[in-house]
Design a protein around this ligand. Structure first.
Ligand code: PMV
Length: 351
């Protein structure tokens, strides 16, 4: 019996988290850490008609039983929203199908609940695998999933994201589905940039180790917005402008040599990350640990920014080839105070 496999990347938000919820533009990029899903049909067809989800990393188990095509949650040993997310995506995609018993295994290379889009990559890879399983994915002549099928995957994944984070803008699932550099505004069609413009750019990801909850952080910002709408709106507007500048920056410098051009783009992006970081702090989504990390990076002349909801989770530094040595020194120093960090790069592949 055929095993179906899929995967989808995590992400960092370069600019515009939080303001994106209020209709502003944000930029996100997919990173080369992925969630993998396998659908394994049971050999033994007499096995009770049942779907088992197994999260290999956290050893969470979720068991559904299908009774007359009705999927019922039977048992789970995790207290997250995961079972409900799985059930909703499953029901939406598999609607009329009569199912043989299957096992769905999920394994992620991403740290969970830390702003790298682990939940979105689970929703996207699960949607992609289920769509393939039910014969709903279209492949073009180059062996790639068609845009229309990707849009469907994204739609199902967003249903899951809305359960995980009540007021989800959809940025995480969109960048995980399509990959590369995403310009996202929830009121417009998404735009993508080819990552070849930044092929030498490195990304240092620093994990504070502090778990935080996106919905709670979104609430902190919405409370501030309710109290001081005119002030906070100006902060959102500045964040929007940072995203627009960064797009312009990607499109500029056509007159420079490739290598110089990339250096210049990265340098500008670094400055914009610093501005963006300060604005996020002003919204109340910083954390003392992130401030400590930022100071260490600054000692080496490297800018560091919160990514995602903030309040803990991960932060990141963008760096060029020439800054690699400084980055290694930062990693060493962070390691001495037991803060985990790792280098990653952009991933052009989505689901
Ligand atoms: O879940 P995170 O940490 O990737 O944050 C998502 C980005 C927010 O703008 C804070 C929320 C949203 O839905 O856009």
């Amino acid at each position: 019996m055929q095993i179906i496999e899929s995967s989808a990347p995590g992400k960092i938000i370069l600019f515009g988290e939080h303001s994106v919820v209020y209709g502003k533009t944000a930029i996100a990029v997919s990173i080369n850490l992925r969630t993998h899903v396998k659908i394994i049909p049971y050999e033994n067809e007499t096995e009770k008609q049942k779907i088992k989800f197994k999260d290999l990393k956290s050893s969470q188990k979720v068991i559904f039983e299908i009774i007359q095509n009705n999927i019922q949650l039977k048992k789970w040993n995790c207290d997250s929203k995961t079972p409900q997310v799985f059930a909703v995506i499953f029901k939406e995609i598999m609607k009329e199908k009569i199912l043989k018993p299957i096992l769905i295994e999920i394994e992620s290379e991403l740290p969970i609940g830390s702003g790298l889009g682990s939940s979105a990559s689970v929703c996207v890879s699960l949607s992609a695998a289920l769509m393939k399983f039910s014969g709903k994915i279209e492949i073009d002549q180059n062996g790639k999933i068609t845009k229309q099928s990707l849009q469907e995957i994204n739609k199902f994944a967003h249903l899951g994201e809305k359960i995980y984070h009540a007021n989800s803008s959809g940025i995480d699932n969109t960048v995980s589905t399509f990959g590369s550099i995403l310009v996202f505004n929830k009121n417009q069609d998404p735009k993508f940039y080819n990552i070849s413009k930044l092929r030498s750019m490195g990304i240092l990801i620093i994990d504070t180790g502090i778990k935080r909850n996106t919905a709670k952080m979104v609430k902190i910002v919405s409370d501030l917005y309710s109290k001081f709408p005119k002030v906070v709106d100006k902060i959102f507007e500045s964040m929007n402008q940072i995203s627009l500048e960064s797009i312009e920056n990607l499109e500029n410098f056509e007159n420079l040599e490739e290598e110089q051009k990339e250096e210049k783009i990265i340098e500008n992006l670094q400055q914009l990350t610093e501005l963006s970081h300060c604005l996020l702090n002003s919204l109340g989504v910083g954390h003392p640990k992130i401030t400590e990390i930022t100071q260490i990076c600054n000692e080496f002349g490297i800018k560091c920014k919160i990514t995602g909801a903030g309040g803990g989770g991960c932060c990141f530094c963008l760096f060029s080839k020439n800054q690699r040595e400084k980055i290694e020194k930062i990693m060493l120093k962070l390691n001495q105070i037991k803060i985990k960090s790792f280098i990653t790069s952009l991933d052009k592949e989505g689901a």
